[in-house]
Design a protein around this ligand. Structure first.
Ligand SMILES: *Cc1c(COP(=O)(O)O)cnc(C)c1O
Length: 428
């Protein structure tokens, strides 16, 4: 077909065709570790990257590749890979760019686990993350130095669902000749395609909305295929002969697919953060209904946020879809299909009221997860963000009197009734 296919079509069809061996309409779970080479020449061609094919499932597997290709299509990228988790995707996205002594500029508004990865794990790699308020693009530009290799942010940023102005940040990255890496987990490509706003790489925790039902952990990296890895000499893994892969120059040899092939041939091969085919199967099932679920998530989040905002027990609601939000104009420009389903609520009753609210909810589950069909709640200060200092928590939008909600696809009226009865018990 010559026509560009729409999102709803791609989420069902992209990356797959009836199984060539059996005609199976659904993508089979290729539960195999290895693949038989046709002959010695075929094996040599695969190992030389002269021919694309499966060698060993730590590198590629047809079920996992189907999912990767579908996510690439939905994000509008050139190529990509799946990984064992969202955190694995972050490390693998940065791995080709980084070396000891180098740094990234990261937003202060991040998933709590990402903050920990960027501070604790990075330190042991000799990498540094410099944290800046991404609402101030000039501050992002000012933080860049000769050792900076990437700019990193979330689209609808945790935990308050703050929409990052990707147009402004990608301009800063572009002016500095640096790749912009966007974690698009909370928005999903249905609400935002960061590549259309200038992102170089998009990372996902497929654990969340893409799978949608809280069954498996996974991650993905999508490369726009547009970044010139050779221009500055700052990215030798991609521009210079790669010793880990018999001297190939990935960018020269593979062009727009350089990052993707590097991520398979070096990243997955040597770091081993591989998604398994069972996980890919669950995520392929979930992704088929992504747009339908996201519409309902957004509609419910809007209703719940509006109800909470007028409740006298509530101090404030961070949802960017509210007319009162300082981010409402930005939502309309960068995220026109909605402000997502994750936001924070500050209670007048403080820390104690938050804990009682969490303990008294019946439909909302108290879990360290988000992006489930079920509505979820967590008190970030006592859980995901407890490693942070009170000042860091406040900067991240996770103060002590704040709970984070991830609104599911239930009936909004039932969610509101549940919040109402639990707030009554929470006092304050
Ligand atoms: C959950 C999450 C991650 C980490 O993903 P895992 O699959 O749990 O490793 C990273 N970023 C965001 C925004 C997340 O929500």
């Amino acid at each position: 077909m010559t026509k560009d296919l729409g999102f709803d079509t791609l989420q069902v069809h992209a990356g797959t065709e009836p199984d060539p061996a059996t005609g199976a309409r659904q993508v089979p779970i290729y539960q195999t570790t290895a693949y038989v080479f046709r002959d010695a020449d075929h094996a040599a061609a695969l190992f030389n990257l002269q021919e694309v094919g499966n060698i060993y499932s730590r590198l590629t597997n047809p079920t996992v590749s189907a999912l990767a290709n579908r996510i690439v299509a939905l994000e509008g990228g050139a190529g990509g890979v799946c990984t064992s988790s969202g955190h694995a995707a972050q490390i693998m996205a940065l791995y080709p760019l980084m070396a000891p002594g180098l740094n990234i500029i990261a937003s202060t508004r991040l998933y709590g686990g990402t903050y920990t990865q960027f501070t604790q794990v990075f330190k042991r790699f000799g990498w540094e993350a410099k944290f800046v308020d991404f609402d101030d693009p000039a501050a992002v530009a000012a933080a860049i130095d000769d050792n900076t290799r990437a700019i990193f942010c979330e689209s609808l940023a945790n935990p308050a669902g703050v929409p990052t102005d990707l147009d402004a940040i990608s301009k800063v990255a572009n002016d500095a000749g640096l790749p912009l890496v966007v974690d698009n987990t909370s928005a999903t490509p249905y609400l935002c395609k960061p590549i259309e706003h200038g992102a170089t790489l998009v990372v996902h925790s497929t654990t969340k909305f893409l799978t949608g039902n809280g069954t498996v952990t996974g991650g993905a990296i999508v490369d726009a295929g547009t970044f010139d890895w050779s221009a500055s000499g700052k990215f030798p893994s991609l521009s210079e002969p790669e010793p880990a892969y018999h001297g190939i120059k990935f960018h020269e040899a593979l062009g727009a697919m350089a990052f993707t092939f590097y991520s398979i041939a070096v990243g997955l091969r040597d770091l081993g953060m591989t998604m398994n085919p069972q996980a890919a199967h669950y995520t392929l099932m979930g992704i088929e209904t992504l747009s339908l679920r996201m519409q309902k998530h957004v509609e419910n989040a809007q209703k719940v946020a509006e109800w909470l905002e007028q409740d006298p027990r509530v101090e404030s609601v961070s949802y960017a879809g509210l007319a009162s939000s300082p981010y409402n104009d930005r939502i309309k420009r960068v995220y026109p299909k909605g402000a997502g389903a994750i936001f924070t609520v500050a209670l007048k009753g403080g820390y104690d009221a938050c804990v009682k609210l969490v303990d008294n909810l019946e439909l909302f589950s108290h879990v360290a997860n988000l992006g489930d069909t079920r509505s979820l709640i967590i008190h970030s200060a006592s859980t995901t963000h407890r490693q942070l200092s009170p000042e860091q928590r406040a900067a991240a939008g996770a103060g002590d009197n704040v709970v984070r909600l991830s609104i599911g696809i239930e009936d909004a009226d039932d969610l509101i009734a549940d919040l109402d009865q639990a707030l009554a018990k929470a006092g304050g």
